[in-house]
Design a protein around this ligand. Structure first.
Ligand code: SF4
Length: 429
């Protein structure tokens, strides 16, 4: 039966089954799902339910909690969707000192977050010279003394800075593309380079980071654009992927009047979960505060992001102060909300083990791929699988229960390794 003659329910069932059978969803079916409106709540609930089942199959009822430290609101960029854009002269900005940053990071780790996300605008102070050295020391202190994984979100970094940040102890690199439509990208991120941004994530993975990408919804993308962005993002080897509704900013981009961005965010979360069941997918407190957490978890998210301690003068990103000083962005209140949905935080060991769900899956997929005939000059494919194997090994080596996968992947790697690296070097020169 073709899609046109199917009932809406049959189309959604087909999309869900395809996500199990092929690890993807037909673009037309994806467009159908992403076009559902709040009036189609019953159909949407089928998608959300399937997304929750997929989440449960890999992560059980466990949810990760990320602390958020927005350490500088200075930025030289002019993103049209952002309060912190350079041209917003009405904004009172701050740049926190290393001691202020460490104090808040310490409070977050003591409260029980699984990861500390160090975010900043593209601030010349912290991204160059002595400021960058200070940032490296902050990363080192949080990762070694506070024993917390550190995510950095400083904008586009070059290879040498990525290497230094990795050596200092950062393990995650977040860099949001926002859209994979280059025309829309230019509207959202004027004077920024689409390819360079995408490439920075590849470089980060090459030096051993886990990466996060993200899509912004409600900013004028057509359904086709959104489908393309979801498919591009989920094929990008990112361990974490976020969808975020646009919160209109004064003097910034006008919101798309044709979509309800918070609703569309839920649909994107669920579709990403169906296509990439192993992914970490944020439910951000930054858009609708604590009140919006439950519906994002119901759509298949498994990370609560933007936990910010009250009364320290640190801002959120999309919503600068929503739910911060009333303590609604704390581990305690978030955990209470999780319980209402029969969910609970990971313990710290199971959180770090959970990364390896992704790498195990990638190693298995790579095995399957290599069992087919590989055209000899598929440089891009080889590059992709170089990353897959590298990640597989860094992720798997301490996990006995993935031993068999690792051994067979290792045999394949030893056969292909020199060829893969030769191809890649030639391509880079
Ligand atoms: S989104 Fe980030 S890079 Fe863009 S203006 Fe805002 S802080 Fe700067």
């Amino acid at each position: 039966m073709d899609q046109v003659s199917m009932t809406p329910q049959e189309r959604i069932e087909k999309a869900i089954i395809d996500s199990y059978d092929y690890g993807s969803i037909d673009p037309e079916d994806l467009a159908f799902i992403l076009s559902l409106t709040p009036k189609d709540a019953k159909l949407a609930e089928m998608v959300f339910y399937a997304a929750r089942i997929k989440r449960h199959s890999l992560f059980k009822n466990k949810i990760a909690l990320y602390g958020f430290v927005y350490l500088s609101t200075h930025c030289h960029n002019n993103c049209s969707f952002c309060n912190y854009r350079a041209s917003n002269h009405a904004l009172k900005r701050y740049r926190k000192s290393p001691s202020e940053i460490l104090e808040v990071a310490s409070e977050l780790t003591e409260s029980g977050v699984h990861l500390v996300d160090l975010t900043l605008g593209e601030d010349e102070h912290y991204l160059n010279g002595k400021g960058f050295e200070q940032l490296l020391k902050i990363i080192d202190t949080i990762s070694s003394r506070y024993r917390a994984p550190v995510m950095i979100s400083p904008g586009v970094l070059d290879l040498s800075r990525l290497k230094e940040a990795k050596a200092a102890g950062a393990s995650w690199y977040a860099l949001y593309q926002e859209t994979f439509n280059r025309t829309l990208f230019r509207e959202l991120r004027p004077d920024q380079n689409f390819s360079k941004r995408l490439h920075a994530k590849r470089l980060a993975r090459d030096v051993g980071f886990h990466t996060e990408d993200g899509i912004l919804v409600g900013v004028g993308a057509s359904t086709a654009d959104l489908v393309y962005s979801v498919l591009s993002m989920t094929q990008g080897d990112n361990l974490q992927m976020r969808a975020m509704a646009y919160v209109p900013v004064p003097g910034g981009l006008a919101p798309d009047p044709n979509v309800d961005p918070s609703w569309q965010e839920l649909l994107v979360i669920a579709c990403v979960r169906l296509i990439s069941p192993h992914a970490f997918i944020p439910a951000s407190l930054d858009v609708d505060g604590l009140a919006g957490l439950g519906r994002r978890l119901n759509a298949g998210a498994n990370v609560v992001t933007s936990i910010v301690p009250p009364s320290k003068g640190f801002c959120g990103v999309a919503s600068m102060d929503l739910d911060i000083d009333n303590s609604n962005r704390s581990v305690k209140t978030v955990t209470e909300t999780l319980r209402e949905f029969d969910l609970e935080p990971f313990n710290h060991e199971s959180y770090s083990n959970s990364y390896h769900v992704y790498y195990r899956r990638e190693a298995i997929e790579a095995n399957k791929f290599f069992s087919r005939d590989l055209p000899p000059n598929e440089v891009k494919m080889r590059r992709k699988f170089r990353t897959v194997f590298k990640n597989a090994f860094s992720g798997l080596k301490s996990f006995d229960f993935y031993y068999e996968t690792m051994i067979s992947a290792k045999q394949i790697l030893s056969e292909f390794e020199s060829e893969i690296y030769d191809d890649d070097n030639q391509d880079d020169n």
